[in-house]
Design a protein around this ligand. Structure first.
Ligand code: MG
Length: 282
């Protein structure tokens, strides 16, 4: 069942999103070669809790981290642990918070130190793919229009989109309807309506789109061992377009997101306030 959130509920989601985005801002600033993924995880938990949230992933189906840390060929769901980051790694942090019963979910890819030109291009294409997916969000569009925008751009750039994992609705549960694939033809799936909130999250591989799961039963890796990148935002369908609830308050996750405007609002009405998000992260 797809739910449409009221303006009051959206205000709560903005507060949750502000906690998540603020925490990720701090994590991005902290990441450096030599750190372990467990250290990043501990910092994430502290950032989320100290701003009134609960880490959404901790304990989810038995997951032991507060965030997912996936490195290089690891696409998503990497478990924080003793792995130490090296210069040249691509680190994906997936982070979610629950505040007052409302969830938010976002992810970004962080180049650690100096990465190869190919790795950087993969990061740039994935960020741009998410922007393109967000830009089609508007009442009357179909869910598959998002995936179509993402897939056509990614494949035109010579990379592939993961099929086995998809984005999702979000609200009082971390994962709600509808599924939001990063592929597909235009005009399929549910029609978007104001108040729907979607976690849009392209996972882009340098090589094959095929994946496998590591023996830890969580970490999803590329089947060919090549690099993968991931960006995610929690996005509300507004009256005339979209509102990116998890827009970072400091630096955008990537310069591609500058195109979404200061408040990430793709509509002309965009007058709803952002004061709540600033207060929430204080
Ligand atoms: Mg998600």
């Amino acid at each position: 069942m797809i739910t449409c959130k009221s303006s009051r509920e959206l205000e709560k989601m903005r507060r949750s999103a502000a906690v998540t985005a603020g925490a990720l801002d701090s994590l991005r600033a902290a990441v450096a070669a030599g750190m372990t993924t467990a250290e990043i995880d501990a910092l994430a938990e502290d950032l989320i809790r100290s701003h009134g949230g609960v880490p959404a992933f901790l304990g989810y189906q038995g997951f032991t981290g507060s965030v997912c840390t996936s490195v290089n060929d690891e696409i998503v769901h990497g478990i924080p642990g003793t792995r130490r980051l090296n210069d040249g790694d691509l680190l994906k942090i997936d982070i979610g918070s629950c505040v007052d019963g409302w969830y938010s979910d976002m992810a970004c890819t962080i180049p650690v130190g100096h990465v190869s030109a190919e790795a950087q291009r993969l990061v740039d294409v994935t960020a741009e793919a998410l922007v393109r997916g967000i830009e089609v969000v508007a009442p009357g569009a179909h869910v598959s229009d998002i995936g179509n925008a993402i897939q056509s751009y990614v494949e035109e750039q010579g990379f592939s989109v993961v099929r086995a994992l998809v984005g999702h609705g979000i609200g009082t549960s971390l994962h709600e309807d509808p599924p939001v694939p990063n592929y597909g033809r235009k005009g399929n799936g549910p029609t978007l309506k104001p108040g729907m909130v979607l976690a849009i999250e392209p996972m882009v591989n340098a090589g094959t789109w095929k994946v496998r799961t590591k023996p830890d039963q969580w970490t999803v890796v590329t089947a060919d061992g090549r690099l993968s990148a991931h960006f995610e935002h929690t996005v509300a369908v507004s009256q005339e377009g979209y509102e990116v609830l998890t827009l970072s308050q400091e630096q955008p996750l990537h310069q591609a997101f500058n195109r979404l405007g200061q408040h990430g609002k793709g509509d002309k009405l965009g007058a709803t306030e952002t004061a709540g998000r600033i207060q929430a992260f204080g």
